[in-house]
Design a protein around this ligand. Structure first.
Ligand code: IVH
Length: 690
C-alpha cells in the first residue's frame, strides 16, 4: 500500500478503482494523500520550490476527492480538499482572540526611532537591547489558531479583543497550512499572527480583469486583501490570489518554550508557517538605520507592499521587562516609510462634480510612476488649496502617494518662464450640467441634484457600492452607460431594469445582464443602516448610518425625525442632524424613497437578531473613563449587541456604566434607581450577551 512518502516524489498515480478498497485501506490512502498534498502545498506556496508537476498534483487531489466521496466516514475539516467550494455565510460570527491583538506605535523618522531606542535603554537599566528587524507588511492582520498542529480557526483583528471569524476564508489561502509540517512538537494550542496580502503582480492582473469586465477595481493591494478577507462567500475568496507572512506568536500552551523571536521564527519555518524576517540581530542604531535605508531602496523590487520597518526586541525576557501600553507593546516600534513622491507636469486643473453636488478641483498630470503605480490624476482639496499652493496649468509639481490610495499634489516645484496661465478659480456654472453654482461656506455646490448627470451617476454608483448595498457588476462604467442612455434617471429605476434594457449595451450578454438584474433584486430587503448609508446623505458615513439606524429602528422614524430629535442621539452633532433632516424633508428625496418602495424595496427595521444581540432595547449611558475601552469602543460593543447608547440619564436608561472619575450622571442614576455597572460588570454583561 502506498504511503505518504510514495506520493511525495514521482508519485505513481495509477490508482485502483475505489470500490476495490476496503475501509482500512481507504483510510490509509486518504491519510497518505492528505499528508502528501499538504507537503506539496508547502513546497509550492511556502518554499516556492515544487517537487512534482501540476498535473501529478491534480491527480493526487482528484484521487483524494474521489476517496472522500466514496468514504464519507473519513471526512476531516483539515483535509486539503476543504480549501475550495464552501457555501456563503450570512454573516461573519464574532470570536474572542486567545490574546489581545495589539498594534504598533509608529515613528516617522530617524529621530523618532532614536527616541524609541533611548526609551528602551532607559527601561533596561543599562542592559544592551538586542533588536530584530522585519518589513512592515502592508496587508490585513489575522490571528490563526492551531490545535495539536491542526488548523482550527482564523479571525480578523476587530477591536483587538474580539474579531470576526474568517476560518473558511483563510482556508482558501494555500500557504496557510491546514496541518503543520513536522507537527510532532506542535503545541496543544497556539495562536499566531500574520499579515494576509495580495502580491503586487497578482493585484495588477486581477484589476486588469476587473476593468475588462466593467467591475470596480481595488485601490491598492491592501484594500483588495482586506475586502476579500471579510467576504461572506468563500468561493469568491478562493479565486483571489492571496498570500500570508507570519510574524508573531500570540499565545502558546503545551509546546516548546522560546527565549526569543528568532527561535520562534525558526519554529514557524519548521512547522511550515511562511515567514519573512532579517535573520541577523542588531544592537546599534546605526545598523538599523542602514537596514531601513536598504529596505526603502529595495521596496519597489518586492512583489508585496511594505509600508515601513518593524523593530522589535529579540529577547522575550527583555520584552517582558518593557511590558505593554493599553494597545501597543513598549518593546516594538513601526518605523514608517515616508510617502512616495515624484515630480511631473500639471497639465490642467479640472473640476469634478461629486454625488452630493460638491465641486472639487482635480489635477490632471502628465503620467508619472510614483512607487510602482502610474499616476495621472491627483486630488486638490478645494479652491483654497489650489490658490495656497499657487498652482497653475503647466507648472511642475511634486506628487505624493502616502502609502496608498489617492495621490495628492504636495507643492509647486517650478513654473515655466513663458507661462501665461492664470490663477485658478472655481467655475460659475456646473461643468457637467451648466447650472449656476452656489457657495455654502467653503463649498461650491451644483444645486441641480440628481438632474445633474454627474450627481446622478455618483449617487447610483454609491448606492451599489460595496459598503452600501453591494451590487456586484454595478461598476462606474456600467453606471455611466445606464445614466447616459437614460435607462436610469433615479435610483428606483434600477429595479425596473430588464434583460431587454441591458442586452443591447456594450459589455453585456444575456448571462451578465441577468446577473446584474439578480444582484439588484437581491437588494430588495436592505438592512436599515445600509440603506441610510446607500442614500448618500452628506456627512452620513457607515458609522453614522449605523448609529441612527440603531437608535431609530425603522425607516419611517428616520424620515420623520427632525434635526432636534436627531441631535439628541449620542455622537450626532448639529451638522449631521441638519443634513439628515433636510435630506428627508426634500421632496425629491422623498419621491425617490417612494419610488423604491413601489419597486418592491422593503427596508428591514434594525433587528438585533443580526448580531445575536441580547441587549436589544437596553439603553446605556456611560460616565467616567473606562480602562479597557474608549467611550466609542464601549458604545460600539453595546450597539453590536442591539443596545443603544444615549448621553444623558433619563427614565429610559437601563444601565449606567461608571468608569473612573464618574461625574454627576452617577448621582442622577442613583436618584432614578438606574442599575449601575462598573467596568468589570459591564464586561461581564458583554461577555454574557455574545
Ligand atoms: S508585530 C504586538 N510585525 O502592522 C505587535 N506587525 O500596528 C504585533 N504588521 O496591523 C505586531 N508587519 O499586523 C508586526 N513584521 C510585522 C508586521 C506587523 C505588518 C502589522 C500588524 C498591525 C500593524 C501594526
Amino acid at each position: 500500500m502506498a504511503t505518504a512518502a510514495d506520493f511525495k516524489s514521482n508519485p505513481d498515480t495509477d490508482f485502483a478503482p475505489v470500490d476495490k478498497l476496503d475501509d482500512a485501506k481507504a483510510e490509509q490512502q486518504i491519510e497518505a494523500l492528505r499528508d502528501a498534498i499538504d507537503y506539496h502545498d508547502h513546497r509550492y506556496y511556502v518554499e516556492n520550490d515544487p517537487v512534482i508537476s501540476d498535473g501529478a498534483y491534480d491527480q493526487l487531489l482528484w484521487r483524494l476527492e474521489e476517496l472522500e466521496e466514496a468514504f464519507p466516514q473519513f471526512d476531516d475539516p483539515a483535509s486539503p480538499t476543504k480549501r475550495v467550494g464552501a457555501a456563503p455565510a450570512s454573516e461573519l460570527p464574532r470570536v474572542d482572540h486567545l490574546a489581545p491583538m495589539l498594534s504598533l506605535k509608529a515613528v516617522e523618522d530617524a529621530e523618532g526611532f532614536e527616541d524609541f531606542d533611548d526609551f528602551v535603554r532607559r527601561n533596561l537599566d543599562g542592559d544592551e537591547p538586542v533588536y530584530v528587524v522585519e518589513p512592515k507588511f502592508d496587508g490585513f492582520s489575522v490571528e490563526v489558531v492551531y490545535r495539536n498542529g491542526v488548523y482550527e480557526r482564523a479571525a480578523t483583528r476587530g477591536d483587538g479583543y474580539v474579531g470576526e471569524d474568517i476560518t473558511r476564508n483563510l482556508r482558501t489561502i494555500r500557504s496557510v497550512p491546514m496541518r503543520l509540517q513536522n507537527r510532532s512538537n506542535a503545541p496543544e494550542l497556539m495562536a499566531v499572527r500574520g499579515e494576509v496580502f495580495m502580491p503586487r503582480d497578482a493585484f495588477r492582473q486581477m484589476n486588469k480583469r476587473r476593468t475588462e469586465r466593467g467591475e470596480d477595481t481595488f485601490a491598492n493591494p491592501r484594500n483588495a486583501a482586506a475586502g476579500t478577507m471579510r467576504q461572506l462567500d468563500p468561493t469568491v475568496v478562493e479565486k483571489r490570489p492571496l498570500d500570508i507572512f507570519f510574524f508573531e506568536l500570540m499565545y502558546i500552551n503545551g509546546g516548546p518554550e522560546f527565549g526569543g523571536h528568532i527561535e520562534v521564527m525558526e519554529a514557524f519555518d519548521h512547522w511550515g508557517l511562511k515567514t519573512n524576517f532579517f535573520e541577523k540581530t542588531c544592537t546599534d542604531v546605526d545598523a538599523i538605520e542602514e537596514l531601513y535605508d536598504g529596505l526603502i531602496a529595495d521596496r519597489e523590487q518586492l512583489n508585496y507592499e511594505i509600508d515601513g520597518m518593524v523593530v522589535k526586541l529579540e529577547s522575550f525576557e527583555q520584552r517582558q521587562r518593557l511590558g505593554k501600553r493599553q494597545r501597543s507593546p513598549r518593546w516594538a516600534v513601526a518605523w514608517k516609510f515616508p510617502p512616495r513622491k515624484e515630480v511631473t507636469r500639471l497639465q490642467e486643473i479640472a473640476v469634478q462634480v461629486g454625488r452630493t453636488g460638491k465641486l472639487t478641483p482635480v489635477a490632471l498630470l502628465e503620467p508619472v510612476e510614483v512607487g510602482g503605480v502610474t499616476v495621472s490624476r491627483a486630488s486638490l482639496h478645494n479652491e483654497g488649496d489650489v490658490r495656497q499652493k499657487g498652482l497653475r496649468p503647466g507648472d511642475m509639481v511634486r506628487v505624493a502617494r502616502a502609502g496608498d490610495v489617492i495621490p495628492h499634489v504636495v507643492e509647486r516645484v517650478e513654473r515655466p518662464d513663458d507661462s501665461t496661465a492664470e490663477e485658478f478659480s472655481m467655475p460659475e456654472h456646473c461643468p457637467v450640467c451648466g447650472t449656476e453654482i452656489v457657495t455654502v461656506g467653503a463649498y461650491h455646490l451644483c444645486p441641480a441634484g440628481p438632474s445633474c448627470p454627474a450627481q446622478l451617476k455618483g449617487k447610483i454608483y454609491h448606492y451599489g457600492s460595496r459598503a452600501a448595498l453591494d451590487i456586484e457588476g454595478l461598476g462606474e462604467k456600467t453606471v455611466e452607460t445606464l445614466v447616459e442612455r437614460q435607462l436610469v434617471k433615479d435610483i428606483a429605476d434600477l429595479y425596473h431594469l430588464t434583460i431587454l434594457h441591458l442586452m443591447p449595451l456594450e459589455r453585456f450578454a444575456e448571462k451578465s445582464a441577468q446577473n446584474l438584474i439578480d444582484e439588484i433584486q437581491d437588494t430588495c430587503e436592505p438592512r436599515l443602516d445600509k440603506f441610510i448609508y446607500a442614500l448618500g446623505i452628506h456627512h452620513v458615513g457607515e458609522r453614522v448610518a449605523m448609529i441612527i439606524a440603531r437608535e431609530l429602528g425603522g425607516l419611517e422614524a428616520v424620515m420623520d425625525a427632525d434635526a432636534e430629535q436627531l441631535q439628541q442621539i449620542d455622537e450626532i452633532g448639529p451638522e449631521i442632524a441638519e443634513s439628515v433632516a433636510s435630506f428627508f424633508a426634500d421632496d425629491k428625496n422623498r419621491r425617490t424613497i417612494e419610488g423604491l418602495k413601489k419597486a418592491g424595496v422593503e427596508v428591514q427595521p434594525m433587528e438585533t437578531e443580526d448580531t445575536g444581540g441580547e441587549l436589544e432595547d437596553k439603553t446605556f449611558v456611560f460616565t467616567g473613563a473606562l480602562e479597557n475601552y474608549t467611550r466609542k469602543e464601549a458604545g460600539e460593543q453595546v450597539q453590536l449587541r442591539g443596545g443603544r447608547v444615549t448621553s444623558s440619564v433619563s427614565g429610559n436608561t437601563d444601565y449606567l456604566v461608571a468608569g473612573n472619575n464618574a461625574g454627576s450622571k452617577l448621582d442622577q442614576a442613583r436618584d432614578r434607581g438606574v442599575e449601575i455597572l462598573d467596568e468589570h460588570a459591564f464586561e461581564a454583561l458583554l461577555k454574557a450577551e455574545g
